[in-house]
Design a binder for this molecule. Structure first.
Ligand code: NAD
Ligand code: WQD
Length: 338
């Protein structure tokens, strides 16, 4: 029998890319998404790409009755929990919405899993839980802290899941701390489709390249980095998606509560990414140097050797491929999924 995986937030950016890899590896996929930050078209594209179908429930995870109903109808084996709000700046403005959505949806999900005896959970955490790290590369045992409500919601969810595991050792929970996901599926048919003005670097650059925005604002050039601009560990979304499949396989070995960094271990500055994108697109990316963005840190990159050792997972796609794939998606879909 095929393993059936419930993917919450599956219509979103990372979820849709992960579903492709799941379907290609013969998992059966059920999606719950309220489409608050995504479009159903992404799932239609996933079906086109794979030639396989996805069972989609347009349901809010806050709706415990509907979630319970889905667990009754579908016999779920494992859950990948992507659903959540993720805009850092917005989380500072409307913290209650972020805490309510991200925390309560996770509680509702875990209650349904408990009731229906589903033991395996993969959770989307973030490198943001390391706050401003004292050193790089970052290993999983670094101290954790939060600098904004979004990050705090991830940190609290990790703690809740750990408490849950302590109360029931038969659970298997993989916490995946993503570094900076970028890129798109090779087909150019799915990719990141931010609402309004992009907060993140790669989609902003892509919109400059396609002339939807005039120029990139580079937030700060006085950091202690090789060119003064912020350094991050950009990871191709397809590598990230593969990490989830390895984590699911790991859960079948009943490891208990486990935590992994998913990053490449390489750091690139904002200007490095601009250069790589110019090379990939053949376009010039105009930019202006402006003040630092509040809350940003200088440098952040992973030591991802734990995932390599224990999951047999390693990112294989470099910055050029990340930019080429982002550009293909942007060019083929200048208005995203619309
Ligand atoms: P996304 O916004 O594209 O996807 C999240 C999905 O969750 C969306 O489709 C949204 O409609 C859905 N959703 C939100 N609240 C919901 C609710 N209450 N009920 C049902 N569906 C709901 O974001 P993404 O980039 O794909 O991120 C996926 C996960 O990974 C998130 O939890 C995010 O915090 C985490 N993460 C993302 C990044 C990143 O930079 N993209 C980095 C680290 C961690
Ligand atoms: C990358 C670099 C910016 C935009 C965020 C979240 C983190 C995680 C990933 C979810 C930084 C610079 C950016 C722009 C710029 N998300 N930049 N001009 O801030 O590393 O991480 O997304 O978990 O929690 O905080 O990513 O893409 O916003 O920024 O100069 O218009 O690009 O200063 O150095 P960040 P980012």
């Amino acid at each position: 029998m095929k393993e059936k995986v419930l993917v919450t937030g599956g219509a979103g950016y990372i979820g849709s890319h992960t579903i492709i890899q799941l379907l290609m590896s013969n998992y059966e996929v059920v999606v719950i998404d309220n489409l608050s930050n995504s479009k159903e078209a992404s799932l239609k594209r996933v079906e086109e790409i794979t030639g396989k179908s996805v069972k989609f429930y347009k349901v809010d995870l806050l709706d415990s009755e509907k979630v319970d109903e889905i667990f009754t109808i579908e016999k779920i084996d494992s859950v990948i929990h992507f659903a959540g709000l993720k805009a850092v700046g917005e989380s500072v403005e409307i913290p209650l919405k972020y805490y309510h959505n991200n925390l309560t949806s996770t509680l509702v999900l875990c209650e349904a899993m408990q009731k229906h005896n589903v033991k395996n959970l993969v959770f989307s955490s973030s490198a943001t839980v390391y706050g401003d790290p004292a050193a790089v590369p970052i290993t999983e045992d670094f101290p954790l802290s939060a600098t904004n409500p979004y990050g705090r919601s991830k940190l609290v969810i990790e703690e809740i899941l750990n408490d849950l595991y302590i109360s029931d050792n038969s659970l298997n929970i993989a916490i995946l701390r993503y570094f900076n996901p970028v890129g798109a599926h090779k087909s150019g048919m799915i990719g990141e489709d931010p609402n309004g003005i992009p907060n993140n670097l790669a989609p902003y650059i892509a919109q400059v390249a396609i002339c939807k925005r005039d120029a990139l604002k580079v937030f700060g050039n006085d950091y202690n980095t090789h060119d003064g601009t912020g350094v991050r560990d950009y990871i191709h979304v397809t590598d990230l998606a593969d990490g989830h499949l390895r984590a699911l396989e790991k859960l079948n070995e009943k490891p208990g509560y486990v935590v992994y960094n998913l990053g490449t271990g390489c750091g690139y500055s904002v200007l490095d990414v601009v250069k790589a994108f110019e090379k990939a697109s053949g376009k010039t990316i105009p930019y202006q140097l402006v003040d630092r963005r509040a809350g940003d840190i200088a440098t952040c990159y992973a030591n991802a050797s734990k995932a390599e050792k224990e999951l047999g997972w390693k990112a294989t796609r470099g910055i050029d491929e990340m930019c080429e794939d982002t550009w293909r998606w942007q060019k083929m879909n200048p208005n995203g999924f619309e």
